[in-house]
Every structure is written in structure tokens, then in C-alpha cells.
Design a protein around this ligand. Sequence first.
Ligand SMILES: *Cc1c(COP(=O)(O)O)cnc(C)c1O
Length: 385
Amino acid sequence: MKFATKAIHAGQEPDETTGAVMTPIYQTSTYWQESPGKHKGYAYARGKNPTRSALEKCIASLENGKHGLCFSSGMGATDAVIKLLQPGDEVITGNDLYGGSYRMFTKVFAKFGIKFHFIDLTDANNINNFLNEKTKLIWVETPTNPTMQIIDISVCAEIAKKHNVILAVDNTFASPYLQNPLDLGADIVMHSVTKYLGGHSDVIMGALVTNDDTIYEQLAFIHNSCGATPGPMDSFLVLRGIKTLHLRMKAHCENAEVIANYLKKHPKIEKVYWPGFADSQNHEIAKKQMRGFGGMISIVLKNASLEHTFKIASSFKVFTLAESLGGVESLINHPASMTHASIPKAEREAAGVVDNMLRLSVGVEDISDLMEDLKTVLAKIYKLC
Ligand SMILES: *Cc1c(COP(=O)(O)O)cnc(C)c1O
């Protein structure tokens, strides 16, 4: 089946009891057993719920994977992957990670004796310089947040296979519509379902997908043992949202392309990060591993102080100033004080996350309204700085 058909149908059959076309919300914590241990495959809803099972199958199918697991947040999903490791194990990861992943690695798991190397992955061969017999996991995010670095997943996968290390890819920014890391050799795909998969800014959820039966068994054990599992209502909302993923992603990409090209020519914008520019970092790799360039754009305002940047960020009428991304509505974010505030200033700036940077999550509104909003706000820069 093709992507659009899978987005609408994968994992979903008319309900056995009533014929309901849409998967019902099985709002139950427990299930009847005919005699102890004899049940219809469902015993307790932390372990399994039919609404969640349908969604897990759907997301797995969109990532061309065999097994899917949904979590109560993206961080819950990441947490489960790190729990595959033991004290003493080492992880190689990028230096431009989602702030929450960086915080979890450094503030939670480092104290359990897991060592993280945050390195420049724009040349994936750098991994070789940090590999040793303790390396058990390579954790990659691409495109990165907020500087839209592109990391070559195939090269990471080749190195991971050669050294028998697990490769996990945070595919949140691209979504399965634009990029399928398992097809490129990754072992695990992680999503903050909160973003493009859910798509309507009304749910917090995470997901993992893998083709590896052993990794799946281990993750499913952690999933049920540690309990970061989502409820049936949230699973239903995502099943509903995901049905338009292909339509939304196409519109996000189209709108973002128009906006990125406009911003690149704007005299008061110092830099535009968007992987679709021919001169963007690793553009050839982006073209090879992605089917489009996504809806995320970061900009650096020319000569703008922190105060000016705050003023600009607060002046939009259609773009909403808020954390998060990937919903139908356009959002604007100030990474240094919002999404990336948990990263120390020096490290943040070394990674390009400067005080005068803003990140746009381009939504699927009418492009003329988005453009008018941007033009009106950017006109203010001339008065400010
Ligand atoms: C939001 C996000 C996460 C965390 O997901 P939550 O659903 O907020 O827990 C992880 N990675 C990336 C790239 C994200 O954007």
C-alpha cells in the first residue's frame, strides 16, 4: 500500500462488535477474563489497549517497520531507548539535539553511569573518532533543531552495523512522509508524535518503531514495566490526525518553501536555516534521504538585540508565539529562551542558537496571510535596529 492509503487504513479494521468504521476509544483500564489468564489478548491497559494497538500498527506501517510502540510523550519514548543500556555503556550523539533530549541525557542518565559524547555529526564519519568497545548506541536527530543540520543516516547506519552498535533516529522534524530511517539502515525510529504525526497541537505522545524482533521485545518490556504509555483518548486523537499527514506535510512543505525564499532575500535577515536551499549545509544528503524539506525554518535577525528579538517575536498576528511545532497552525519560537533554554548559553551559542534567532513552524494556513503577517512584522525591524 502507498503512504496515503496506509495513513488512513493501516492497523484499522471495522470494529468487530458494531462495524464502527473509526476505531473506538476503548476507555477501559482492565479486561474480563473467562478464567485466570484466559482472555482475548488484553489483560490490563498499561500493557495493551485496542485503540493504542491500532495506532501503533499505523505508525509502524508509515515507517515501513514491523513493530510500533506508543508512549505518553516523545521523552517517554527516548527514555525507553536509553534504558536498553547498562551503566558503563557509551552513547554517541549530535551536538545540536532537541533541548529535552540533551537535558535527559546529561541530567538523568549520566548519573546512572551512562556516558554521552555530543559531537559534530555533520560529517558522520566523526563517529569513528569516538567509538570504542563501550559504545552501544548512536542517537541521531535529522534535520536538527533549530539549525536544520542534515546528518547522513546511511553513513551512520554503515558505521553502526560494522561495530554492532544500535542506531536510533529521532525523525520528528521530517515525519515519515519525508524520511524513513529504517529504510536507510537505522534500527529504531523515534517520534515526538506531539508534532507532525498528531498534527493538531492537542496531544502529547511519543512513538518508537523497529524491525528488529529482539530490540522490540526489550522495548516492549520497558514500555510495560516503566509505564510511560498513552491513554486511549489520546491514541484516538492521533489516529484521527494521522489520516491527513500526507496532505498536511505537502502543504507545510509548500508554504515553507515560499517563506524560506522570501526570508533569504530580506535585507534584515542575517541567516536562514532551511534544508531546501541549494547552498544549505549537506543539501545533497537532504535531497538523497528526504522527499521534501519540511515546514521548519530558523532565522537570525540582523543586528537585533535580545530585546529587539523579543519585540519581533511578540508582534505576529497569524503566527502564534509558543513552544512546539508540527501542528496545522503556524508557530514562532525563540529557541534561546524557550525550547533550548535548558542548554548552557556557551554550548547553545557554539551550536548556532544565538539570542537573535527565531524558529518558525510553518503551518498550513493560506500562504498570503502568512506572508502578510511576516512582512508587517519584519517592517518593524527597520525602526528597531
Ligand atoms: C518535541 C520533541 C521531542 C520531545 O517530545 P515530547 O512529545 O515533547 O516529549 C523530541 N525530539 C524532538 C526533535 C522534538 O521536537
